[in-house]
Each structure stands twice: as structure tokens, then as C-alpha cells.
Design a protein around this ligand. Structure first.
Ligand SMILES: [Fe+2]
Length: 246
């Protein structure tokens, strides 16, 4: 008698930006131990004050698959003694230097062990994990990008599923049979809704299902820590209203 196939469940996270209170809220809501994999599309660090707690959370879990985002790559560049070209705005740069000064050695080592993209298989399905896109780690691929762009990515893709971050916009679309999923930002939303965003991906019998979530978290914990560390007030506003710094 054939053994019944088990449904595979994956927790999709990205763009946490050192917002550990948001990650804790997602943990409490989802109970991560029940997932077959926890995927992180990068940007562990910068703009909130909990990079160590955030990285530690991933280090403590065996079933995680994580990549670097642009903020993490910049932190590693600073730690190598290289100049920080972007961002140019002084008030944005503050958080990069604060983060690089406060990261613990074991967490720096962990970041250094990661790559800019990765892939894995779940049963017969190949899944790519990217910060931007499979072509360009810095590409912000929004859901309303020209369809031609999605067609091109689908045409060249060895993957049935692309899990992506960077745009901070949650979406799910299928183009030419390829599933493009962005879980949104767990810790730094841009759409005026400060709640934490994440997604759950389920695969069963070759069928793919995606559900997005937005949940509240205690923004006041982030605000309190920013103030305690004498960081610019603009960060406080960004987390409270769920908007970009620009
Ligand atoms: Fe990001």
C-alpha cells in the first residue's frame, strides 16, 4: 500500500530589518516548529535595534534557509573596512554604522556564511530564493512590474517557485506556470500598514498554495529601544506609520 504523501508547509519571511519584536509576534502566531522549512529572503539587519536577536533566532533553528539582502551585504562591506557608498542620506547611514558596531562576532560569522541566492527542492518542485530576482539581487520586482519582465524570468527559470523579497510588497502571481511569491516585509512595511507581513507556502500532491498574513506586533518595543540608543526620531516614525524613510 503506498504511503500517503505528507503536505509540506513552509514559513516565508523576509526583510525583517532587525525588528525582533515583529519576528517574535510571527513566532507566537505561527509556531514555527510545525514547518518543514523556514525561508528568509534576506535583510536581517538595519533600521531596528535587534540584529543580534534576529540572527540568533535563525541560528537556533535547523530547518531555515536564509540569504543575504542588500542591507546585510552593506554591513559586511563596512566590517571589511570598505566605504559605504549608499545610502547617501546621513540619517540613513547612522543605522548601518550602529549595526556594524553592535553585531556580535558569532552573528557576523553567520552572515558571512550566507550567499546572495540559493535554491532547494521540495519533492519534485525546485524552489529558488532571491532577495531581488534570480538575475539581480538588487532588483525591486513589484507585482505591477511589466508582464514582459515576469515572462522573461519565467522563460529562463529552472524553478517552479521563486521566493523573493526586497520590494517589501506582499504578492503572489503565477506567470507561465512559474509561481512568484513575495511574503512582504516582516519588520519594515512601506504601505502605511505597520503590521508584520509573512506568508505560508503549502505543497501537496504537486499543488501549490500560498496565503499571506498581516499581524500586529508591539511597535512600542522598537520605539523604546531606538530612543534608548539615541537613534534618529525618523526611524520611530517609520515603524509607527509603516512607511519608507524617504
Ligand atoms: Fe529590505
Amino acid at each position: 500500500m503506498p504511503v500517503p504523501e505528507k503536505m509540506k508547509k513552509m514559513l516565508l519571511l523576509g526583510d525583517i530589518h532587525a525588528n525582533y519584536p515583529a519576528l517574535k509576534a510571527i513566532h507566537k502566531y505561527t509556531k514555527p516548529n510545525r514547518f518543514d522549512r523556514i525561508i528568509n529572503t534576506g535583510d536581517f539587519t538595519v533600521y531596528s535595534t535587534f540584529p543580534n536577536e534576529t540572527i540568533q533566532w535563525f541560528r537556533e533553528r535547523k530547518k531555515t534557509i536564509s540569504i543575504l539582502g542588500n542591507t546585510d551585504r552593506r554591513i559586511l562591506r563596512i566590517l571589511k573596512g570598505k566605504q559605504l557608498k549608499k545610502p547617501r542620506k546621513k540619517e540613513k547611514r547612522v543605522m548601518y554604522f550602529w549595526t556594524s558596531e553592535n553585531l556580535l562576532p558569532e552573528n557576523i560569522k553567520y552572515l558571512r556564511s550566507l550567499t546572495e541566492k540559493t535554491d532547494f527542492t521540495m519533492g519534485p518542485i525546485r524552489i529558488g530564493v532571491f532577495h531581488g530576482t534570480c538575475d539581480d539581487a538588487d532588483e525591486e520586482l513589484f507585482s505591477d512590474a511589466p508582464e514582459a519582465r515576469f515572462h522573461k524570468l519565467a522563460k529562463d527559470s529552472p524553478y517552479q517557485i521563486h521566493i523573493m523579497g526586497h520590494s517589501h510588497v506582499p504578492y503572489y502571481k503565477i506567470v507561465d506556470g512559474v509561481h512568484f511569491i513575495n511574503p512582504g516585509s516582516a519588520g519594515r512595511m512601506f504601505d502605511g500598514d505597520p503590521r508584520a507581513s509573512f506568508a505560508i507556502l503549502k505543497i501537496y500532491s504537486g499543488k501549490i498554495g500560498v496565503e499571506h498574513f498581516r499581524i500586529p506586533y508591539p511597535v512600542k518595543e522598537v520605539v523604546k529601544s531606538l530612543k534608548k540608543n539615541c537613534l534618529p526620531d525618523i526611524y520611530t516614525e517609520m515603524f509607527q506609520i509603516g512607511k519608507k524613510l524617504n
